[in-house]
Design a protein around this ligand. Structure first.
Ligand code: C5P
Length: 244
């Protein structure tokens, strides 16, 4: 497989064309951003950890019957994925109140939710990723009724599988964001990444009642260095993958 021209550079990844029109070459970068790019830093080792973490998670999901764009990891910071036409949506699943949900509804962070919540935001840096509901998505033509039903079904299935994975490594899956796209043959698939940048992960090992964040909230909230936390997630996930 040959790496060709750069097609896109986002906040955390660069995408390149390859000699196969259905395959993209992804490079994970060390850049960390928060607040829609308002806060920015270069954190050595982050790109490699996220590339390795998302690769293991996509493999663990595959073993649970959930397919994704992931093809294979090439190096510490690179992987091959299937080329997709992306839905311009941030698809958020929540199991515990935290972050913008806790703030919006005046609920204490950590409050358990009686059922998982699926939320959508329109992916737009200019607009700050505003909340959008199902009717809005269909009315604006971002996805058809049928596509949205399939995206929602997959998001809930990913949540159940991820809850299983993280509970096995003593981590509470508080919430996460995924993205979905469509392949050239019309298959709707999980895409983008699943990493501590895109999930809230709280350590279930005893920290005497204090929340131990193993995710990007360490960076967003200036709580500490993300690298040891991401290394801990990677180490526990690889142990699980080896055991399975
Ligand atoms: O900030 P909020 O509570 O809405 O985030 C919900 C979940 O979605 C968190 O796990 C966060 O990491 C993720 N998220 C993301 N990218 C965004 C917004 C949220 O990965 N642009």
């Amino acid at each position: 497989m040959q790496k060709l021209e750069k097609l896109y550079e986002g906040k955390a990844k660069k995408m390149y064309a390859t000699d196969d029109p259905d395959v993209l070459w992804v490079e994970y970068m060390n850049q960390a951003t928060a607040g829609n790019g308002a806060k920015k830093a270069q954190i050595a080792g982050k790109g490699s950890l996220n590339n390795r973490i998302t690769s293991v998670i996509f493999e663990l999901l595959k073993a649970r019957g959930i397919d994704s764009h992931f093809i294979k990891r090439l190096s510490d910071t690179e992987q091959l994925v299937r080329k997709m036409t992306m839905y311009p949506l941030e698809i958020i699943m929540r199991n515990t109140a935290a972050g913008s949900f806790a703030k919006r509804y005046g609920v204490k962070e950590g409050t358990p939710l009686k059922k998982p919540i699926l939320e959508f935001c329109l992916k737009s840096d200019d607009l700050g990723d505003p909340f959008i509901n199902d009717d809005g998505i269909v009315a604006l033509g971002l996805a058809s009724e049928e596509e949205l039903a399939e995206i929602s079904r997959q998001a809930r299935a990913v949540n159940e599988a991820l809850k299983d994975i993280f509970s096995k490594i003593d981590v509470q899956l508080v919430d996460f964001k995924i993205e979905e796209g469509k392949t050239s043959d019309g298959t709707i698939l999980l895409a983008d990444e699943i990493t501590p940048d895109t999930c809230r992960l709280w350590d279930l090992k005893d920290h005497s009642g204090k929340i131990e964040h193993l995710d990007k909230d360490l960076f967003r909230r200036d709580l500490g260095n993300i690298i040891p936390a991401y290394e801990e997630i990677y180490s526990r996930l690889t142990q699980l993958a080896e055991a399975e």
